[in-house]
Design a protein around this ligand. Structure first.
Ligand code: ZN
Length: 307
């Protein structure tokens, strides 16, 4: 399995257009030892020909252009992108779908609840279904395995399993509808198995259960929620707002944080979906050093590797 990290920041990217936090400010000034990042986007492929996107970021157009493997190869209209798997209905995970609306046949794998809130409750997304065969929504059941294959083809695809997480539906879903939607279809982690190993993709990880820990131990690579360093990080940066845990992101530091909970040996551990306020983006910070000393890497745009 080939894995491309096209974007590695949380929503807003790094720097974020309206953010003057220490990280964003210093990055713009050129005084931060650290790297700019676009919003999280990962692509996987079993054969290097057909690619599947894990979510569809608002930065997708530039992210596709940055990687030659994702460019058209056959004729006037073509894309090696065969499908998209959605881990939630968050805008940062689905806005990129609108950039893929050029009558390109695509499969979108999502839970029925995510399909409903995205494609039926937001009329813009009907642009993806203007002609028959444009977009095919494939129902994804939490816990069930499915094959990431090109439509109509079988073969050594990637076996994927959606792991339900205790997360919430996005803010654009009203209270009444939230009550009607299945709780286990809101936020997912993805377990992907190719011929060479297993990858867990969890850009939003609200908590680490013992069951999740067992799944992670069985993996070769973890791409895990590195959004916030501390639970009150946004409050400190903005003078108010929700905590990291309230936003569905287990913070990295502190008691019960991911650094403590995921002190696993074995899998390659990579933080992704890093918010621009996170002090570990400064490669001269003690936070960066402690993450690296604990065996973690911090994903950067443009990384690619094989499993
Ligand atoms: Zn910032």
């Amino acid at each position: 399995m080939r894995i491309q990290i096209l974007g590695s920041a949380a929503g807003g990217g790094f720097p974020q257009w309206n953010c003057g936090c220490a990280n964003c400010h210093r990055l713009r000034q050129g005084t931060l030892r650290g790297k700019a990042r676009t919003q999280t986007q990962v692509a996987v492929s079993s054969d290097g020909k057909a690619w599947f996107l894990l979510n569809a970021s608002p930065d997708l157009r530039a992210q596709i252009e940055a990687v030659a493997e994702l460019h058209p190869r056959a004729g006037l209209r073509h894309s090696p992108i065969a499908g998209i798997v959605l881990t939630s209905g968050d805008l940062d995970n689905v806005l990129g779908l609108l950039l893929l609306r050029e009558f390109q046949p695509l499969r979108i794998f999502a839970t029925s609840a995510i399909r409903k809130i995205v494609s039926q409750d937001n009329s813009f997304f009907r642009l993806l279904e203007r002609v028959p065969g444009q977009v095919t929504w494939v129902d994804l059941r939490p816990g069930a395995a499915f094959e990431l294959n090109v439509q109509g083809e079988s073969g050594p695809g990637i076996c994927c399993r959606a792991v339900p997480l205790p997360g919430a539906y996005p803010g654009y879903v009203n209270e009444e509808e939230r009550g009607r939607l299945a709780e286990d279809q809101a936020v997912l982690a993805l377990m992907l198995q190719g011929q060479g190993g297993k990858l867990l993709f969890a850009p939003a990880l609200p908590a680490v259960t013992d069951q999740m820990l067992a799944l992670m131990r069985d993996c070769d690579v973890l791409l895990v929620d590195g959004t916030f360093w501390s639970d009150d990080e946004l409050r400190q940066a903005r003078g108010g707002g929700p905590t990291s845990r309230e936003m569905g992101h287990l913070p990295i530091s502190g008691p019960g944080g991911s650094l403590e909970r995921l002190s696993l040996r074995g899998p390659r551990k990579i933080y992704i979906h890093v918010n621009n306020t996170n002090p570990m983006l400064d490669e001269e910070s003690p936070q960066y050093r402690s993450v690296r000393a604990a065996g973690w890497e911090i994903a950067e745009d443009g990384w690619s590797f094989a499993l």
